[in-house]
Structures are given as structure tokens and as C-alpha cells.
Design a protein around this ligand. Structure first.
Ligand code: IPM
Ligand code: MG
Length: 372
């Protein structure tokens, strides 16, 4: 029996191409693993009305870890139209399978490194080394939203909060409402994960990205929790910034930051910004990590226009495989993989289209495999 069982979820579009690339490299590393395919994505939504079928959840439950490619998602109405006719208007609603997986397996930490590799022509600056810790199961993504607003919910708000009066004359079907739910445990956990990582890898600062001057209660709770956790880590400074200002600072002097920590939505936003600083989504890896399971995925989407063309940059997925190896405790393989990626980028002989070259997805993977 192999040492590891890895759930293998290519998903949609270029997800398939980049996962093939990852497999080539993992095989070259001789990782002792069985790979178990799982169905996920748009195809299964259209045919079965479920982008994350129960059988796939079973696959995940029977494995040590999951590597996931990418999925296509579309707004509510478009999703409904693409369902097979026999399933249309049966009350099925499209949901994001990755957001569901994060909830289902309580993958509460989303970790997203953004590092500029020497020689990458896309680097915004050459000395960026950011790692984002995004809370992954709470906040706006906890998903409690209304439209129309139920009378009961309006009444509760109105009885308990003076600011609801402003909306008392608006028809309920003209009000949509989202809730940002954050808990002390959720905030503390993500801040602790960020500080522990900073301590382990010698980062001098952890920057909290919030907006407590406006979101006084949720932002306030996160700030309190971050300050409390910071006290446990002498030698690591806690910096506090507002999300809007952070976007500006990240463009102005990203090299001055180390670990960033944020709630779910703010983490989502700054991770795309940070990814672009180090070459864009072709370089952005991520891990969704819980206490008992983890799902690793490149940050990019399924890029339908490039699907099946063997064209997109697989480096994001290769770096993601590196994070997975770290998680499995395969340090030596993880380090070798990162070093091989770094070397290929530095030499600059093999470049995919986003890097100004014309090499294919598989040529890039082969180049990395050769350096292993
Ligand atoms: C991400 C993505 C997802 C998110 C989408 C695909 C639901 O943007 O992983 O950052 O919003 O979390
Ligand atoms: Mg995102």
C-alpha cells in the first residue's frame, strides 16, 4: 500500500492541464502515493445539479489530503439555464464547491504565499515575500444572506439596532442583506496560525488587515484577538492596517511586509492583489488547511478560453503541490520542488505565454521535473 492517499480533483477548464503538470512532477519526485480521482465542477452541476457530488465527498473522507485544480462558476441565472432541462426549476441552486469544501471539512486556514522568484519577468519588485493567512470559514463567506429580507429578520434588526430605521420604508423585496459573522475562536485561530508561521519562518511582522474604524464590532473583535495573540509572540511585531490603505501600501512598498492576516473577504481581496505583485495568478498557490484535512489549490480559476490547450502556466499548481508536500511532512521533496521551480524561472529558458514565452504547460512541468 502506498504511503499516502491523495484525492485528485482536476475540476474544469485548465484545471485538467495544470493537474497533469503536477502529476508529472510528483511522479518524478517518486512520491509514494495513490491518487484517487474525484468528480467536481461545472460538468456535474449541468448533468446532476450538484457540482460537488456526494461520491466526491466520500473520496475526500477516505484520503489524507486533496489536490484540486480549478472550477468554473457562473451567476445564479446563468447556472440555472445550463442545467439539463429535466433538472431546471426544481429548486436546485448553484453553489461554489470550493467554498462548500472549506465549510464541510472546516478548513479554517487559507494560506497563500506570494514570493517574487529571481528572474521572473513579471515581478513587480524582486524582493517580495508575503504570506497571507486568510480566515476561511467565517465572515461574509459564512453565507447568510437574504433577498428579499424576511419580515422577521427586519423586525429583529429594527428592535435591536437603531440604524435599521433608515430602511423602514423600503419594500422588503427591495432589500438584500449579507451578514459578516466572526467569532472569537475563528479570529484567534487565524491570528495564531499567522503568528506561528511568522515565528517558524522568521518573519518579523504580522500585519492585520481589517477595517475596525467602520466595521466596529466584527473588525473590533478581530483586532482584539490579534492583539491578544501577539502578546504570546515576543519579537514579532503586530502591525494594524485598514484594508483600503493596505491595497495602497502593497502597491507602494510590498517588500516591507511579511505575514498578513485577514478575515475571509478581505483575505480574498488582498490575495489577488498580492499575487499580481509576483507574477499574477500563474504563480499563486494556496492551501486550505483544517485540523484533520487539507485541500490544496492554485488560486487561479478555470480560464475556459485556454481549456485543453496545454497553454497556461502550471507554476501556481506546482507551488501548490509543494505546499501539499510540506503539509504531508515531505520536507525534502517540498524543498527540492521549490528549488527546481526557482531554477527554471531564474534560467528563463522555458517560459509560458504569461511570462512572454511560448512554452506549453507540459514543457514547463518537464523543465521543472528535469531540475529535480
Ligand atoms: C479564491 C476564489 C474563491 C473565493 C471563489 C472561486 C469562490 O476567489 O479562492 O480566492 O472567493 O474564495
Ligand atoms: Mg479569490
Amino acid at each position: 500500500m502506498a504511503k499516502y492517499k491523495i484525492a485528485w480533483l482536476p475540476g474544469d477548464g485548465v484545471g485538467v492541464d495544470v493537474m497533469d503538470a503536477a502529476r508529472l512532477v510528483l511522479d518524478k519526485l517518486n512520491l509514494d502515493a495513490d491518487y484517487i480521482h474525484g468528480d467536481i465542477g461545472w460538468e456535474f452541476w449541468k448533468a446532476e445539479g450538484d457540482p460537488l457530488p456526494e461520491r466526491t465527498i466520500k473520496v475526500l473522507k477516505s484520503t489524507d489530503v486533496c489536490l484540486f485544480g480549478a472550477i468554473t462558476s457562473k451567476p445564479k441565472d446563468a447556472a440555472q439555464k445550463e442545467l439539463v432541462p429535466s433538472l431546471q426549476n426544481k429548486g436546485l441552486d448553484y453553489f461554489s464547491p470550493i467554498v462548500k469544501l472549506r465549510q464541510l471539512f472546516n478548513l479554517r486556514t487559507n494560506m497563500r504565499p506570494c514570493k517574487s522568484f529571481a528572474g521572473n519577468p513579471l515581478n513587480y519588485k524582486d524582493n517580495i515575500d508575503l504570506v497571507i493567512f486568510r480566515e476561511n470559514t467565517e465572515g461574509l463567506y459564512a453565507g447568510i444572506e437574504y433577498h428579499p429580507l424576511p419580515q422577521k429578520v427586519f423586525d429583529v434588526f429594527n428592535e435591536t439596532h437603531p440604524k435599521m430605521k433608515k430602511f423602514k420604508d423600503v419594500p422588503l423585496n427591495e432589500i438584500a442583506l449579507s451578514t459578516r459573522i466572526m467569532t472569537k475562536t475563528g479570529c484567534t485561530n487565524i491570528c495564531r496560525a499567522a503568528f506561528e508561521y511568522a515565528a517558524k519562518y522568521n518573519y518579523k511582522t504580522v500585519t492585520l488587515v481589517e477595517k475596525p474604524n467602520v466595521l466596529r464590532e466584527t473588525g473590533g473583535l478581530m483586532t482584539q484577538c490579534a492583539r491578544a495573540v501577539a502578546k504570546e509572540f515576543a519579537g514579532i511585531e503586530l502591525w494594524e492596517t485598514n484594508i483600503d490603505a493596505m491595497c495602497m501600501w502593497l502597491v507602494k512598498n510590498p517588500e516591507q511586509y511579511g505575514v498578513l492576516v485577514a478575515e475571509n473577504m478581505f483575505g480574498d481581496i488582498i490575495s489577488d492583489l498580492a499575487a499580481q505583485l509576483v507574477g499574477g495568478l500563474g504563480f499563486a498557490s494556496s492551501g486550505n488547511i483544517g485540523d484533520h484535512y487539507a485541500v490544496f489549490e492554485p488560486t487561479h480559476g478555470s480560464a475556459p478560453k485556454y481549456a485543453g490547450q496545454n497553454k497556461v502556466n502550471p507554476i501556481a499548481t506546482l507551488l501548490t503541490a509543494k505546499l501539499m508536500l510540506d503539509y504531508l511532512g515531505e520536507k525534502e521533496k517540498a524543498n527540492r520542488l521549490e528549488a527546481a521551480i526557482a531554477l527554471v524561472i531564474k534560467e528563463g529558458k522555458v517560459r509560458t505565454y504569461d511570462m512572454g514565452g511560448s512554452h506549453t504547460t507540459s514543457q514547463m512541468a518537464e523543465a521543472v521535473a528535469l531540475k529535480l
